[in-house]
Design a protein around this ligand. Structure first.
Ligand SMILES: [Zn+2]
Length: 269
């Protein structure tokens, strides 16, 4: 969570070449962006930025995002009916520069990286716990666990998220998880890819809750519920809830929205 803005201190040839078009794109609302150089975290504003460290990335391409359109609702969500009228928190879900973060290629491939621990049973238990949340969400969207990270749409790693600092270099707070996405194109189609970092400090039911919550973000719920009985409630609770009816109602709403993802791009190369 949190805003992240990067500004160049001194103009460089890179910025001369690339920053102006980006600023123009941002101001005029044209959805032109450099693909493969930015990642976004939940809670971050939708400002387009480029990491300083990638100032000389060689294979940047400028593309115009496809006009957002809706995809066909996946069968499980199409069949989902809430007879209890529990409502949803769709109003809290944010759109992004590419529209809603919707998957349209199924099954969604998830890689759970086996932690490099000397205690192999502990490593196995970690993978099992995270896998359980994949099974839970699989009731609503087709998911598949894959053994290779390079073919994964979502990668889940046991790793402490980087610390965030304020201007005085004081730590703002340690995060227990961080979910980010990148954009890329393949065969002219705009795609996204997620990475979930789960802190080693999370164990047992809290690991289960964190994995369930972050996977919810990666599957498209790019926002938080205000009710502690939902999996996408932002704070840790003593007895973490399972995926709630409101979570699924919200997910279904998201998948009925337009997105640029999964549609063909026009290259400006
Ligand atoms: Zn969250």
């Amino acid at each position: 969570m949190g805003k992240q803005k990067l500004k160049p201190k001194t103009p460089s040839p890179f910025w001369n070449r690339w920053l102006s078009p980006i600023l123009i794109a941002t101001i005029s609302g044209l959805l032109a962006i450099l693909i493969n150089v930015q990642s976004f975290a939940i809670g971050q504003s939708s400002n387009i930025f480029i990491p300083k460290s990638q100032q000389s990335a060689p294979d940047l391409i400028a593309v115009t995002f496809p006009t957002p359109q809706t995809h066909k609702l996946p069968p499980q969500l199409a069949q989902w009916q809430d007879s209890s009228n529990s409502g949803d928190y769709f109003s809290q879900v944010k759109s992004t520069p590419v529209g809603y973060l919707i998957w349209s290629r199924f099954p969604i491939r998830i890689h759970i990286a086996t932690p490099q621990l000397s205690n192999t049973i502990q490593a196995k238990n970690w993978v099992n716990t995270v896998s359980q949340t994949v099974s839970e969400w699989n009731n609503y969207l087709p998911l598949e666990i894959v053994s290779h990270a390079d073919v994964a749409d979502i990668t889940i790693i046991r790793k402490a998220p980087p610390l965030r600092f304020d201007r005085d270099r004081k730590i703002i707070r340690a995060r227990s998880a961080l979910t980010t996405y990148n954009l890329y194109t393949k065969n002219n189609i705009l795609h996204h890819q997620f990475q979930i970092l789960l802190s080693p400090s999370q164990t047992g039911k809290y690991l289960l809750a964190a994995a369930r919550h972050e996977l919810g973000h990666a599957l498209g719920i790019w926002g938080h519920s205000q009710k502690s009985s939902d999996a996408l409630y932002p704070s840790q609770v003593r007895n973490p809830p399972p995926i709630s009816t409101r979570d699924v109602n919200t997910l279904k709403q998201v998948y009925q929205q337009p997105t640029s993802l999964g549609w063909s791009v026009i290259s400006n190369k």
